[in-house]
Design a protein around this ligand. Sequence first.
Ligand code: NAD
Length: 283
Amino acid sequence: MIKKVGIIGGGTMGSGIAQVAATAGCSVKLYDTKTEALEKAKADLEKIMDHLVEKGKINSEEKQRIQNNIKYVNSLKELKDSDLTIEAIVENLDIKKNVFSTLEKFVSDDCIIASNTSSLSIASIASSLQKPERCIGIHFFNPAPLMKLVEVIPAVQTSEETLKISVKTITDWGKIVAVAKDTPGFIVNRVARPFYGEALRIYEEGIASFAEIDTAMKEIGGFRMGPFELMDFIGNDVNYTVTETVFEAFYYDPRYKPSFTQKRFAEAGYLGRKSGKGYYNYS
Ligand code: NAD
């Protein structure tokens, strides 16, 4: 039984995953190196909870219970009593490996150490651990509290026990699990690459504007968001990095070639909603 959950990274994904685990009754510790990130995560949760109370989805006791289930911590060591940790920090292999090997020194031998990576190799992340069989990919989608699907990705080193407990835990949290092999982009992010890439190419070839492409995909394709709205929602920095990783991991297969437009937007800080400007203006 997973009761104590440690989340590493209190940004978009980490804060959402913390909410999911806390709502399911787990005692959660949310760790980030930046105090501002923790303060934002706490303030955002308060707003979300108030909104859910207003809509009658939860009552004020439930709101209190969920909020009390999350502690905001600024030291990795505080996660030492976790049954499960889920890492949601920057999409960088070396940084993730570093955090994993440090974390392993604090936690018990049977703590599961998971990554929410969108595209990196779980086998490679697991190789940073003394006990790589406890490592697994648990990939939530954004926004984590609303998106039902979670991909669970066992690495070649992952034990059956780690996989079984992970699938059960995520299912108990009310999610739908798709188990996928440890390959670049897993299922959804691989299928989604051409969705973003082709939309960017259509724009770059001067065929249509961001808004026209988005409208076409929503009206005809039946998508809830167009590709540019979705990239702004995810963050152009995060989305670009995932494309770059998938492209490299598939030995530079042109099907996954990243776009210069997106690269320049990310470099300029036009990250999307989180920075107030991306393909659209949000301020
Ligand atoms: P984000 O930039 O919103 O948040 C990352 C957080 O990690 C920041 O608050 C940062 O301060 C913190 N951080 C960075 N290095 C740290 C460290 N060494 N220790 C502790 N905290 C650290 O990023 P995000 O969008 O939440 O993405 C996090 C992970 O989740 C990435 O691996 C990403 O690929 C994956 N992911 C993102 C999405 C998405 O739509 N944004 C969806 C699924 C998976």
